[in-house]
Design a protein around this ligand. Structure first.
Ligand code: ASP
Length: 309
């Protein structure tokens, strides 16, 4: 059995660190957290952490989750504002609380309690892009009353799946043959305030079970929530399907969804034998992901399979 790390292209700033730690024998949670922290702090990654896209009100709300596939403890935070490393807050939820998910003010309160690093996640460039959208799309009457205006219509107009939606996902099989997953995102650009995507929802955006494998999703989180995609992939493996077939079944589940936001989604999966599969559904351009396997000097980019839903 071989160690493995799969992360998507947003993982670029952190993949080397995580691979290095896994190669040195670190546990998956430590390796993943260290890698994702680098992604969160890198303002060139526009969909994760500082520099991520804001919501409709111009506020950056971050989501993150970690799951330990051996204990099945998970920790997640949703719509957390003003902290640099939501992944570390998620890890602290996993380790220090009898809960699995904290959101909004409660998540911020807990983050302060553990002395999590604060920051202004809205970078000048993210603010500039949001303001351009605001000037172009918000009617003058609403601008005068902002932010005390109904947001539902604006939210519908703001939906542009090609604009600023992504997440970083990390899946690992470590030297103890334990399987872990971690994800972090600013969610959907111009989302309705308080909107959670799949990332902080364990079983939707990520799942891990050291007996079988792990999975994580990027793209329209609403779809992964509705189909329970990450958990489904792992459960299909438990029911005896190969990694390949398990991902196919999860794709079939997504295909059954009707109505709502049916856009693009990418499924990432590994199994306990060290195999992996990454499938980009409805992708209009070639996507790559990072792969590191035991014995590799460093991670390398691979093209994702593309399948139309
Ligand atoms: N899945 C994320 C969300 O829905 C966004 C993305 O990965 O594109 O918040």
């Amino acid at each position: 059995m071989a160690r493995i790390l799969v992360t998507n292209s947003e993982g670029t700033p952190g993949v080397g660190k995580t691979a290095e730690l896994l190669a040195a024998g670190a546990g998956g949670l430590d390796a993943i957290e260290a890698g994702i922290r680098l992604v969160e702090a890198d303002t060139s990654i526009r969909t994760v952490g500082r520099g991520g896209w804001p919501n409709l009100l111009g506020e950056v709300e971050l989501d993150a989750a970690m799951i330990d596939g051996s204990s099945f403890r998970s920790g997640a935070v949703g719509a957390v504002k003003g902290f640099l490393h939501p992944i570390s807050i998620a890890r602290a939820v996993l380790e220090r609380l009898p809960h699995e998910l904290l959101v909004g003010e409660g998540a911020a309160r807990f983050a302060a309690e553990i002395n999590a690093e604060t920051t202004n996640n809205l970078t000048p460039d993210s603010e500039r892009v949001w303001r351009e959208w605001f000037e172009e799309n918000v009617p003058a009457a609403d601008r005068a009353k902002w932010p005390d205006v109904p947001l539902a219509t604006l939210c519908q107009q703001a939906i542009d799946p090609e604009k600023g939606m992504d997440t970083t996902v990390f899946l690992s099989l470590d030297s103890k043959q334990e399987i872990m997953a971690g994800v972090s995102t600013s969610g959907w650009a111009w989302k309705y305030p308080g909107r959670l995507g799949d990332s902080p929802i364990i079983g939707a955006g990520c799942y891990a079970d050291s007996r079988y494998g792990a999975a994580a999703c990027t793209g329209t989180g609403e779809m992964a929530i509705r189909a329970g995609s990450a958990r489904a992939i792992v459960l299909y493996m438990k029911m005896g399907l190969s990694l390949e077939a398990a991902v196919d079944e999860a794709i079939d589940d997504l295909r059954q969804l009707r109505g709502g936001l049916l856009q693009r989604i990418t499924l990432h999966a590994i199994d306990r034998a060290g195999r992996h599969r990454v499938v980009a559904l409805n992708a209009e351009k070639q996507l790559t992901y990072w792969l590191w396997q035991e014995g590799d000097a460093e991670a390398h980019a691979e093209p994702a399979e593309i399948i139309a839903l």
